[in-house]
Design a protein. Structure first.
Length: 517
């Protein structure tokens, strides 16, 4: 292996809080030879941008060399202004690379100049990112069924901003990420993924630009490429749980290699992920709050204990399982081992596993936990959460709505359809202790019904920190803004540990290219 491996520039579009960039920044970090340096990371959402700026500030210091003031900020001992004012040079460097810009026609010339200046003529670099995906997701399309403006939604065409930057700067390699829903999405009757693949192969033709015969070959990260054959779009789907991510997150990653570059990516290497409990069990036990009422512990206990007289008419077809669930609920209520606090900043202070995924989240200098505060829920939902978690504990599956006692059914117009299995029958979903999590999406910012903690005595949905761990963000990564915005950022991000593995593949490709960086 070379002693002095080069560091390559990376440009990150639609960066969000920086999951892709965080992963690429971690390549070579342990060896003290970072392989990538962010020269431009562009995001338009003000809260995600604040998160991105803070992380770029953190990355201006060498690995393990962040100032103690950074950890004081994580603990709430100082504010951001105090942190940044103590390190003006590092703040200035972070503001150079983390950019709050909305990509579009109005900003195109500005962005073109920024990227040109930051690349400084470098031949070897990588463009990464993914346009906002809500318009392509199956859930997003479902919510807008019958909307006459849906096909005209500008979010459908934001990938063209990506194409424009490809045309302007001709990256030797790009990585584009988006939702699996692209496979079935259509715009005006045309397959969205077929259109995007066609455009990415020939971006200049897509935008009717003269770009000197600019073409790309597209590669999958999960399948071997057959020589001289196009990759079927479904092969671009990466199933994150196959690559050490504690989450069944299925997203599309398309790697584009410029036609004059004689290199191709190797597929990601399969390895076992940690379970949900392996990922979050060492975090302090906390309880939920109660919406719109006194959040005292005693009131919370009173609401939970009302479940004792509600679990008699379990709708389970298996009477034995129904009895086991009822007994377990009564046992939990009787022992009374319920946490009293709604939040905790107590960090475990030791690496919680030898698993490489989990070790990537650990920082031995960190002595405080941030983002570990439970949300408030309606009293009826507290009881549903406890029932659901106990059910999962006893049956090793999350309950369908028809498994709930009648008195725990929600007062919702879709309940009758759900009881027939038509829709939303799993609207209360427990993240099973010994399995990987279901996909953490931006919907986690709306409510916690799909993200119920497996411990019945906590009666709550996942915290921001727990969701961030399932997404493989390090514990020293702080999400800025109101809690709803923090959830939104976590749900939309690329898992950094997956991004790091992709970055390792891209670094090897750039290394194999002829010529100087």
């Amino acid at each position: 292996m070379q002693e002095h491996l080069p560091t390559y520039p990376i440009v990150d579009l639609f960066a969000g809080p920086g999951g892709l960039g965080e992963g690429f920044a971690g390549v070579g970090e342990r060896e003290g030879r970072p392989r990538f340096r962010s020269v431009a990371s562009i995001e338009s959402n003000k809260f995600a941008y604040r998160t991105l700026l803070l992380r770029h500030f953190f990355r201006t210091f060498p690995s393990g060399g962040a100032p103690s003031a950074y950890y004081d900020y994580l603990g709430g001992d100082i504010d951001a202004e105090e942190l940044f004012s103590a390190h003006p040079e590092q703040l200035s460097a972070a503001q150079e690379s983390a950019l709050e810009i909305s990509l579009g026609e109005e900003s195109r010339e500005k962005v073109r100049k920024i990227i040109t200046d930051r690349l400084s003529g470098k031949r070897k670099w990588v463009l990464v990112g993914g346009p906002p995906c809500q318009a392509y997701s199956m859930a997003g399309r479902s919510r807008r069924t019958g909307d006459p403006d849906f096909s005209e939604d500008k979010k459908h065409l934001l990938y063209k901003e990506y194409l424009k930057i490809i045309i302007d700067h001709r990256p030797p390699v790009f990585v584009m990420e988006n939702v699996k829903g692209l496979l079935s999405a259509k715009i005006n009757g045309e397959s969205t993924i077929d259109r995007i693949v066609r455009d990415l192969k020939d971006p200049s033709n897509a935008l009717k630009k003269n770009a000197n015969n600019l073409h790309y070959q597209l590669f999958s990260l999960s399948e071997d490429q057959i020589p001289d054959r196009d990759m079927p779009p479904r092969f671009f789907v990466v199933r994150a749980e196959r690559y050490g991510i504690p989450q069944a997150r299925h997203r599309m990653f398309i790697v584009g290699i410029r036609s004059d570059v004689n290199s191709k990516p190797i597929p990601l290497r399969n390895h076992k992920p940690p379970s949900v409990s392996e990922t979050i069990a060492d975090l302090p036990r906390i309880r939920s709050g109660i919406s719109r009422v006194d959040n005292g512990h005693q009131k919370w206990l009173e609401e939970i204990n009302r479940l004792a007289v509600m679990d008699r008419k379990n709708q389970l077809g298996d009477a034995t399982q129904g009895t086991d669930v009822s007994k377990a609920i009564r046992s939990h209520l009787k022992t009374g081992k319920f946490p009293k606090e709604r939040s905790s900043s107590k960090h475990p202070r030791k690496c919680f596993s030898d698993h490489d995924t989990l070790r990537s989240m650990f920082d031995r200098r960190l002595n405080v936990l941030n983002g570990h505060e439970a949300r408030s829920h309606m009293p009826s939902d507290l009881r549903r959460y406890m029932f659901a978690a106990t059910f999962a504990e006893q049956t090793s599956r999350s309950p369908k709505l028809q498994d709930f006692p009648v008195r725990l059914w929600p007062n919702h117009k879709n309940v009758d359809r759900a009881m027939l299995g038509a829709t939303f029958s799993d609207r209360f979903r427990v993240q099973l202790r010994d399995s990987v999590s279901k996909t953490v999406t931006s919907h986690i910012s709306k409510d916690g019904h799909y993200y119920i903690h497996y411990d019945p005595t906590q009666c709550r949905s996942l915290t921001v920190r727990e969701a961030a761990r399932i997404q493989t963000f390090p514990d020293n990564f702080k999400f800025e803004g109101p809690r709803t915005e923090q959830y939104h950022q976590v749900g939309n991000a690329v898992p950094p540990y997956l991004a790091r593995q992709i970055g390792e593949i891209i670094a090897d490709m750039l290394d194999s290219m002829n010529g100087e960086a």
